[in-house]
Design a protein around this ligand. Sequence first.
Ligand code: 8Y4
Length: 282
Amino acid sequence: MAASIWRCGRFEFALDHSLIMGIVNVTPDSFSDGGMCEDPLVAVVCGRELVAWGASIIDVGGESTRPGAAGVSVAEEIARVRPVIGGLTGELDVPISVDTRHPEVARACLDVGAAIINDVSGFRDPAMVDVAAASDAGVVIMHMLGEPRTMQAEPHYDDVVAEVGEYLARQAAALERAGVARERIALDPGIGFGKTLEHNIELLHRLPELATLGYPLVVGASRKSMIGMILGEPDPGKRLEGSLAIAAWAVTHGASIVRVHDVAETVRLLRVTQAIADGGAR
Ligand code: 8Y4
């Protein structure tokens, strides 16, 4: 894979090796980590720990997008994430990403130092495009079919890889037209967002096709239900091996960044895949 760069505010990644985006969940209803990082002071400790383990990016989210989750108000979302992002940016030398679909939340978090907007709705709100264009932040454009509340109700695609790829390319072009430099854009197929198990598997199987779009790829499958379905494991906390298997597949098939809960384990996994990748270049 040709090395490229990803610019996120004052940070710049040479994507000559893969990176870990560690998750800090500030949602009280998060079913995987049970809102352990809800308190801003605790969340800052969580983020610091993820960086110590080897995360290159910290993703902070305050709105649960799990299928059927109750919505929170924009004010509530800002109240949850802004103190955490402000705390982390003041303390850590890695870009902090805000996971939000709302331009007001993104704006408030950029103001306290967030360097990446991670929008699971793929910048479908034109106001979110404007917020990105008015900043120098990196952007993650993720594909989601429909809305969190309804996305898992019989999702249909004729060709999931073609349709997700077309959507991502179209949104990237819109951001570039608005003034977001190409080097700031990363794409994400959105594992589990309006997709059946078969769709998720096909997106991962054919990930190299999405890599040909020419943007860095982010893949987030950590602890997700596709792993639960394959392993028959209802407890998200017991999906580590599946999460690691997908991370290994993703980085060897075109992903530059993996979004994960289990940072320490994924760092060790990447050290091994990277050693093999580097060995082939001799
Ligand atoms: C257990 C734990 C089961 C968590 C499911 C989940 C992505 C993302 C999410 C992703 C990007 C999640 C914010 C869903 N997934 N952002 N966000 N890519 N870029 N569910 O795949 O983690 S939230």
